[in-house]
Ligand binder design. Structure first.
Ligand code: NAI
Length: 440
């Protein structure tokens, strides 16, 4: 049976202290969550709810979990990737009143899914996922819980893709907010967060410079744009590969070289995949690469770089540095894979994930949508509005956009915290924007 992290560590007390220190530092730089804290402690909007979470368990996520507990929820949490948990943070989180953490770094597949089951055993009434593993397990193995679930929130692009596919098949049984897709998340977390943390993690893991390198970015979506921009900012030459013609054109107009992966394989020094797709770098590409290249993935799953094919081509492998596995080819070339092809900004031993300020925004959205799901069910069951979803929620089963007013609320809180003032529309401007009668 899976036990909370505290039961599995040799020295939980020291781990808790170190984890708490990391969490305190994060919280100092999370003004949005801090501002919500005051409201949540006062109003206890989540009282009586159980929030099940499967996310990258490091300091910023821990602050979100702690905030939800401060809002009255019982919280059960585990990781959403076997390599991204910080055990000390997980231990500190487990010590928070109302929170149980099962997340542990380096678990095998069996233990990973057992921890998801342990979270589900708390019978969550709200789910908060990064990649949809919790939602999938509930639908596949615990459908009896659905009636008690008020809704869920999904953090990442790949999770939202999976949920939409499930919704299209008519299989999604409760409402889920696509947190990933809302401006306050996607335009900052995916672009700037992934850009900064991917480059930082690769640099810290390898101790190599960006300047003068050719960096191949696979996928010019939100994450790819951030990675390309930050790499260019570090004086690297950037090559982009794409499968979507408008994205390829955008990259070209930004001044990057755009070419197929088969050509890029011959010129790249560092390869970073950001597609959310599979088999982006495969055997034919490995065969063309130079000795010493770095291969890193920033997409959600570890299927973008075909490690099975690379293993088959390799005559030997060795741990070149912590978090770097060198695959030696028959001709002597060494291709270096970071973090076992898992999210490089979260899964190398020194990875810290996105900058704190960025996650403050993403998790600010998470917190307000969890509150909204619970309040919506309360409004519905009080007869104030028609209940369409489970527990009379106003939100029917399916994927929902984050309501614009909630996105704005978080943006305004952030701007206020940054001391940034901005203009508002005058009545005349508002009337003009709303009218079709004004012409030349
Ligand atoms: P997006 O949909 O904006 O961009 C993906 C891009 O990849 C698209 O332009 C698509 O045309 C392109 N693409 C698809 N297959 C390709 C192929 N075979 N070769 C080249 N390009 C290809 O998605 P977004 O938001 O950029 O997310 C990408 C991935 O990163 C997802 O798996 C997402 O979950 C993950 N993600 C990772 C984060 C991290 O911390 N590392 C943070 C946020 C998202």
């Amino acid at each position: 049976m899976t036990e909370p992290i505290t039961a599995t560590l040799d020295d939980p007390e020291t781990a808790r202290e170190e984890g708490r220190r990391k969490m305190d530092w994060a919280r100092q730089h999370m003004p949005i969550l801090d501002s919500l804290w005051t409201d949540f402690e006062r109003d206890r909007p989540l009282a009586g709810e159980t929030v099940g979470m499967a996310m990258h368990v490091e300091a910023k996520t821990a602050i979100l979990a702690e905030l939800l507990a401060a809002g009255g929820a019982e919280v059960a949490i585990t990781g959403c990737n076997p390599l991204s948990t910080h055990d000390d943070v997980s231990a500190a989180l487990d010590a928070v009143d109302g929170v149980t953490s099962y997340a542990e770094r380096g678990v095998d597949d069996e233990a990973y899914y057992a921890a998801i089951e342990a979270v589900i055993a708390h019978e969550p009434s709200v789910t908060v996922d990064d990649g949809m593993d919790l939602v999938a397990a509930i639908h596949e193995d615990h459908p009896e819980l659905v009636d008690g679930i008020v809704g869920g929130a999904e953090e990442t692009t790949t999770g939202v893709h999976r949920l939409r596919a499930m919704d299209d098949d008519g299989e999604l049984e409760y409402p889920i907010f696509a947190v990933n897709d809302t401006p306050m998340k996607r335009l900052f977390d995916n672009v700037h967060g992934t850009g900064e943390s991917t480059l930082a993690s690769i640099a810290m893991t390898t101790n190599l410079s960006w300047a003068g390198k050719t960096v191949v970015v696979a996928g010019y979506g939100h994450c790819g744009k951030g990675v390309a921009k930050k790499a260019a900012g570090q004086n690297a030459d950037v090559v982009v590969t794409e499968v979507e013609p408008r994205r390829a054109l955008e990259a070209h107009m930004e001044g990057y070289d755009v070419m197929p992966m088969a050509e890029a394989a011959e010129v790249g020094d560092v390869f970073i995949t950001t597609t959310g797709n599979r088999d982006v770098i495969v055997a034919e590409h490995f065969e063309r690469m130079d000795d010493g290249v770095l291969l890193a993935n920033a997409g959600h799953f570890d299927i973008e770089v075909d490690l099975d094919a690379l293993s088959e081509l390799a005559v030997d492998t060795s741990e070149a540095r912590d978090g770097v596995r060198a695959y030696e080819m028959a001709d002597g070339r060494r291709l270096n894979v970071l973090a076992e092809g898992r999210l490089v900004n979260l899964a190398t031993p020194v990875a810290l994930g996105h900058p704190v300020e960025v996650m403050d925004q993403s998790f600010g959205i998470q917190a307000v949508v969890v509150r909204e799901l619970v309040e919506s069910a309360a409004r519905g069951s009080a007869g104030q509005s028609g209940g369409r979803g489970p527990r009379d929620s106003e939100y029917a089963a399916g994927v929902h956009e984050v309501p614009d007013e909630l996105d704005r609320e978080v943006a305004e809180t952030k701007l206020a915290a940054e001391g940034v003032a901005f203009d508002g529309l005058t009545d005349a401007q508002r009337e003009y924007m709303d009218s079709w009668q004004h012409g030349t």
